[in-house]
Design a protein around this ligand. Structure first.
Ligand SMILES: Nc1ncnc2c1ncn2[C@@H]1O[C@H](COP(=O)(O)OP(=O)(O)O)[C@@H](O)[C@H]1O
Ligand SMILES: [Mg+2]
Length: 331
């Protein structure tokens, strides 16, 4: 469905000139020599922190941005050579809700965009009915979009992007700004959409839960490079940790107090209001748990945690998955 080879994009930023300086030029390589391919019918997550290069990659695939070098094909069609043909094959959902007309109703918005795609009126009417139903807005077809909640607007944007029966749906942070309830609804909806409309989904996200819930496979992106590709379970298996044990103690804990069995490693200790919490990482799957637990006879609470995608991200990149809380930023 998508083939990318050596895609590269560098932005040039010119600092604002001031009395003291002429304004320096800074070059930011947002994407470096990115190559990957995606099969039809999959839901693929593009997972990476803010600034990783997700939007840049999606914009190049959707013909909104030209690559400096490299090649990208959508169903065999080159995005640089035949942009209008590519645009007919894809539906695009950007994070901003400003792409809807707020004074128009849901139905009118779809009619307007159907017109832009040169779809016959009958076809638009038929698709609108199916899609508004699918995204749970059938009862709101004739309500102005300005009266919609954020979640409803995002759902309408999904319907709009799917109107012309695209083969590929490209979504940039489709649930940013939604509360957890809204996110869960959107996740179910995305999966339904992939099944019922037989569309391939490529969605960028920095939300770990989203990355674990929705996609069949993940492309992990960091500093403009794809550094892993596989199912969420495959990606988690790349973590150098195999699991976590959190042990709450009613006292302070000194590192030299105990000798851990093979395969277990002390990760860190936090002080809590009752004493301390000890984080032990399992570095091999076969740790002698009973022996480990006997070392903490006064534990008030023990919790086993599976490895997370964030753990694997740290292993793969050596970098913490930082989200400087910039969820709402449209870059
Ligand atoms: N129009 C632009 N001009 C200059 N730099 C940009 C522009 N768009 C993005 N960047 C920079 O390119 C890098 C990748 O950005 P982006 O593709 O938006 O990442 P993401 O979507 O993963 O947050 C970041 O360092 C960002 O600051
Ligand atoms: Mg982005």
């Amino acid at each position: 469905m998508i083939e990318c080879e050596g895609l590269t994009k560098t932005y040039t930023l010119r600092e604002k000139p001031s009395f003291f300086s002429r304004g320096k030029e800074r070059r930011i390589t947002a994407l470096r020599e990115t190559s990957f391919s995606i099969a039809a019918g999959e839901i693929v997550g593009l997972l990476g922190p803010n600034g990783a290069g997700k939007t840049t990659l999606l914009k190049m695939l959707s013909t909104l941005l030209l690559p400096d070098s490299g090649r990208a094909l959508v169903e065999g069609v080159d995005v640089v050579q035949s942009p209008s043909l590519v645009r007919r094959k894809i539906g695009l959902v950007l994070p901003s809700e400003r792409s809807l007309y707020w004074k128009l109703t849901a139905q009118e918005n779809l009619q307007l965009f159907g017109g832009l795609y040169d779809l016959p009126t009958r076809k638009v009417r038929e698709r609108s009915r199916i899609l508004l139903d699918l995204v749970g807005l059938a009862d709101f077809a004739h309500v102005q979009v300005e009266k919609f909640s954020t979640g409803m607007r995002k759902r309408l944007m999904l319907a709009r992007a799917t109107l012309h029966e695209p083969r590929l749906l490209i979504l940039d942070e489709p649930t940013s700004g939604l509360d957890i309830q809204g996110k869960r609804e959107a996740w179910t909806l995305l999966k339904n959409l992939a099944t019922h409309q037989q569309v391939t989904l490529l969605l960028a996200t920095h939300d770990m839960e989203e990355a674990e819930t929705v996609p069949d496979s993940l492309l992990v992106i960091h500093q403009g490079k794809i550094c892993a590709h596989g199912s969420p379970a495959d990606i988690k298996a790349l973590s150098s940790h195999k699991g976590w044990l959190l042990i709450d103690l009613p006292r302070a804990f000194a590192e030299n107090d105990i000798e851990l069995p093979d395969g277990a490693r002390l990760h860190n200790v936090e002080s809590t209001n009752v004493g301390s919490r000890v984080y032990i990482s399992q570095v091999t799957p076969f740790t002698d748990m009973p022996r480990l637990l006997r070392l903490f006879p006064d534990a008030v609470r023990v919790e086993r945690q599976d490895v997370s995608l964030a753990d694997s991200f740290l292993t793969i990149t050596g970098d913490r998955f930082a989200n400087d809380d910039a969820e709402e930023r449209d870059v």
